[in-house]
Structure formats: C-alpha cells, structure tokens
Write a protein that binds this ligand. Sequence first.
Ligand SMILES: [Zn+2]
Length: 450
Amino acid sequence: MAIRHARFVMLAAAAVGLVAAGLPPVAAAEAADAAVIRGFTAAHSAAERTTETAYKAIPSVAVARDLDSYLAAKTGLVGSTGDWRRVQYVVAKLRSYVRLQPQIKTYYPYLSVPRKISVTMTAPTRQVLPTKENCRSVETDCADEVVGYNALSPAGHVKAPVVYVNYGTVADYQALEKAGISVKGKIALVRYGQVFRGVKTNLAAEHGAIGVVLYSDPKDDGNSNGAVYPDGPWRAPDGIQRGSVQQLWLYGGDPLTPGYPATKNAPRINPADSNIAKIPTTPISYAAATPLLKKNLTGPAVPQAWQGGLPFTYHYGPGGTAVDLNLDIDYKISPIWDVTATIPGRTFPDQVVYVGAHRDAWTYGSDDNLSGAETVLQIGRGLGQLLKTGWRPARSITLATWDGEEYGLFGSTEYAEETGGKLANAVAYINMDGRRRWSPLRRVRCAVTG
Ligand SMILES: [Zn+2]
C-alpha cells in the first residue's frame, strides 16, 4: 500500500507540473528525460526541474499511512454517516495543507437503499443463500457494511427456475439459442466478467429473463488463481462484488436529472423513464452459487469455455434448481457531497488542471478508492508546501474528491453538469481509481467529465 502510494504520488505530481506547463501527458513523460523540456526554454526547464525535485521530496509514506488509518477505519458508502466523516476529514486536511477554502458541493440524486436482500434456493431443497460476507477481524464493525447488492436494481420479488448464461454477453445468448435454451420467464445466473454488469442485466431482460443473480466465479477472480483474502489478493469464497447495474450507456449520474445537475429543486423525470435497471438483480459469492450450480442444475453440460472454476461440471439448466429472489429496495432523494479546492493559476487562471478521485466506497478497504482520494490529499499537501515558498502554478489546479462513483459516477457527473461550459477550459483531468494491476495508462485517464 505504502509503496504504491509513493510511486503513484510521484507520477501524478510529475503529470500535474508538466501538464500544467501545457504539454499532453505522453509528450510530457518523454520530455521529462530530455535535457530541455519540450515547450520550455532552457532557463525555464531548469526552474521547472528544480520545482519538480522539490515537489517529489514531499510525499511521504508516513503521511499516506496516517491518512489511510483514519479514513479506512470506517466504511464510506455514498450519503452515509461514514461518507460524511470522510468529507469532514478531507476538508480539514485540504484546509490545513494549502490554506484554501475547500468547497463542499451538495447534490440530491435518487439513491437505492437496500432494506432486505434475500436469495433462496427453492429446489431441489430449500436453502437460504448468504448475501453478506463472514465478518473478519480487520473490519471494525461489520454491521456498518452494506449487504451485498447491486445499486440501481429495481425492487422486486420473483421466483423461477435458473439458467446459467456464462458471462451473459451477446455471444453467450447466441450460443444458448443454438443449444435450444431460453431464459424467458427464468432467472439468469450470470458470472461476473467481460462486460459491465449493467449490460448483463439489460441483455438478460431483453431475452425475457425476470431476474438476475450475478456471482463471482473462482476461475475469474477467486481461488483458481491463487491465495484468497486475507492470505492473498484473490476473492475469498464468501466475497461479494457489489456494484451498479445502472444503464450507464444511456447516461451516468443521477437517474432523475439526466444532463443537468441534481440540485435540491431541480425538476425530476419519472423513475420508469430513467436509467435504472429493468429487472431485479443481485450479486452473490461463489460459495453461495455452489449449491445452485452443483448437481442441482440439470440440462446439457456447458462447453469448455463456459466451465468455471468450481470443481464439478456446469450445466445450462433450466431444471433442477429454482430461486426465490426478493429484493426490498427503497429509493429516495438523498444528499451526496463532492469536495473541491482550487489553487488559482498565475498566468492562465481560467485554464484548469483537474486532479480527482472518488472518495465513496462500498465497504472497508483502502483500494477503490481511498488510495486515490488519499493521493489527492498528498498532492494538495505537496502543492501547499510549494505555495509557501512563493511558487504559483501557471494554470489553476482543482483538487477533487467525488462522491457516489460506485452508484454510477454520480458526484463527478453532477459536478460536470453544473460546471457546464466552464469545463471547456479544463486542459486536463487526472483521475485516480483503484486497480489491482498497477498500470499508469489505466490509472491516469484524461477526460473532463470524470
Ligand atoms: Zn473506484
């Protein structure tokens, strides 16, 4: 964690300095090795290097540890008291680091709030399947953890036989059709991977399924690959991947205010016309999926490409196994909070370099995305120390921690919608979000909308 932090902060720091100087990131990275930085005079190159050297000495593993030990001690689900605790801490830190007035931007999106999520196998025997992980000692209060569920699933109660549809892609449904198997009126059992989970729900609905159970197969990210958490990085048998099933390809952000900010009194569209998923969908672990797939599910055996990592032959169904899926999900308009802080540019104050990361998370953990939010704070700390020496950036720099990313990019989308045409002056956006495999190209995405 600490090593990743330090390496990452340096990368982001270099990008801020160089992009602020007016170079695209790739050219900037190449230029960093040259004697004279492209776009700078020799004298300015020397000054820029001096500034960058001073900057790179500031990020500290000890600070990363301090930030993380406070922030990761509680969960931070969007709009929760844990999320508000993170907001207050981020505001206090930014204020202390750069002596700016951080702004809290409050929006009022339509949030799904699970009241009771239940998945019960009803055939051939009755078995209630777990919808939450086992409590582990590293988690200080498991009652704070939200149940395993998919944000932006509709509430609903459906009972039907199960059909295993592999990853639930277009090609998978074509293969099912060739095999003479339909999901019409059935519950699709879909493994995570290959495509966005919202696409899986949408395709299942298009093919007539009345509900979806998503699960994480051990072949994709579980014990087929190596040691599982807490002994290794792979998903434990009881681990549940939470996530949004919003129809993100229609639009991101608040379902009820497409294209404009979710302010308190903004007009709202009808939820039935929004990007909320069409059929009840919920995720379970591979331990929970085992009784559904093992022996009980009948029908022909699946082809090799569909076989997952559980130690028995998978079958398509339908037949043998049925599920009662009961999702009691409330929807309500609730406040969420972005935090931003801007350092005005000296030469081109209207041009803005954004450095942002989402601050909300599903449960505990430093990854996805406290590591990103803490890096925003470390960058703020470094810039604050440079400001004290009289340095000023050529362009304005806005630091941001976004809320509600896990529900469908809520905080950054509403911010972009409210900021509107001013975002045309953004010269770069550096986004930081957790990934298991470290890659600068995947972590640093240049876009203006978040
Ligand atoms: Zn994330």
